[in-house]
Design a protein around this ligand. Structure first.
Ligand code: SAH
Length: 362
């Protein structure tokens, strides 16, 4: 009996230890000082984590044995187990990773001629409720910690290390609303951009939000070069509320005002993501209205042909109509691109793999 109890106790302690990937270099420096170690040890630790990318404290050979043991007693590594891995003909790889508590998340690595990018998830599920999105189908389960977001990049990079490839850009466009998990997202970003770590260029990182207004104001004060994208998907308040219930919490005009503030404050261009849904938001009058709303704003529109989600009955906009939508915006001098699609053969749309996984688990 007592033996069983001991094992359980030990297991519980192990599972409540924080993740080492949760901490920024500055926080690790603080920890070192508190533990009577010189601050530069944190730099060595950071190097093991993000440059050499080892996954055990034991391997950190330039740290003393007592220090390694102390680290091991207080922190743990995030272990992402690969539940599914789908590889597209175009090189896109989609992972379904299992977390320590049996939840599953999706991460996608995309190959471009300019380098490799990764799309990371910030929450298990999502509570935003966008009507066209698979990620939100089962609601929000929990936030990811900063370290669990970091682990997606480190794990993918470890796999790319085998072919001497590097992840050079990040989009926070996986499942979840990063601006409802703001602190973890910011810590993740600080870790990613640190020159002593993975050193991902700030301009090569984009965080996408459904329009959580208070967080947009906060983000404007962060003093980074990280790109901001906003899922707008409609040119006015009424239609946006139909597609995105979050618009009732943070109405269209408030979102636009926060973005004007962000642009004035940072001098940075904002990307508007607009998923074209056949017959719903893709008519020429929608393009006209969107063009008028965005007039004079330092911005860029990215048109996304809606991905089919089996649970939703939305249809795609015909190719010609997408081009027409773009032409109307460009006539109004709004810089507009059409998202190049990748990984179509592997159901790479947000949340689809996890949705399937949950379905089969039931
Ligand atoms: N919650 C954040 C991050 C998710 S990013 C946000 O809303 O921005 C994922 C992007 O893909 C968002 O622009 C989202 O609206 C879009 N998206 C979701 N489901 C989609 C679908 N079925 N087809 C096309 N785009 C979709």
């Amino acid at each position: 009996m007592s033996e069983t109890k001991q094992t359980i106790d030990r297991k519980e302690t192990v599972e409540t230890k924080p993740f080492i990937y949760d901490y920024t270099l500055e926080q690790l420096q603080g920890w070192m000082k508190e533990n009577g170690e010189p601050a530069f040890r944190a730099g060595q630790l950071f190097d093991w984590l993000y440059v050499k990318r080892v996954t055990s404290f034991e391997d950190m050979s330039n740290l003393s044995k007592p220090l390694r043991e102390k680290l091991d007693a207080q922190f743990r590594f995030v272990t992402l187990s690969e539940i599914t891995r789908l590889e597209s003909k175009d090189g896109t790889v989609k992972y379904l990773f299992g977390l320590h508590d049996a939840h599953a998340i999706e991460t996608v690595v995309m190959r471009h001629n300019y380098g490799n990018s990764i799309c990371v998830t910030t929450q298990v599920g999502c509570r935003i409720g966008c009507t066209f999105c698979a990620s939100t189908l089962g609601g929000l389960k929990r936030n990811l910690t900063a370290g669990e977001i970091v682990a997606q990049v480190v794990t993918a990079q470890q796999l790319l290390d085998k072919t001497e490839e590097r992840i050079s850009s990040i989009v926070i466009m996986g499942s979840g609303e990063p601006f409802e998990n703001y602190d973890a997202t910011m810590a993740f970003l600080r870790i990613m951009i640190h020159e002593k770590g993975l050193n991902i260029g700030q301009r090569h990182i984009t965080v996408s939000t459904s329009g959580i207004v208070p967080s947009i104001y906060k983000f404007a004060e962060e003093n980074t070069q990280i790109n901001l994208a906003i899922s707008i998907h409609a040119p006015n308040d009424a239609l946006r509320s139909k597609l995105m219930p979050v618009n009732r919490r943070f109405p269209f005009d408030d979102v636009m005002e926060s973005l004007r503030y962000y642009i004035a404050k940072t001098g940075r261009r904002v990307t508007f993501e607009y998923a074209l849904i056949g017959g719903v938001n893709d008519r020429p009058e929608h393009a006209e209205e969107l063009g008028d709303v965005l007039q004079g704003l330092l911005c860029h529109v990215n048109l996304i042909p809606v991905n089919h989600v089996p649970e939703r009955d939305y249809v795609r906009t015909p190719r010609e109509d997408i081009f027409e939508f773009q032409r109307i915006l460009e006539k109004k001098k709004i810089n507009t691109t059409i998202r190049r699609e990748q990984g179509h053969d592997i159901a790479a749309a947000c949340g689809q793999l996890r949705a399937k996984h949950m379905e089969s688990a039931r």
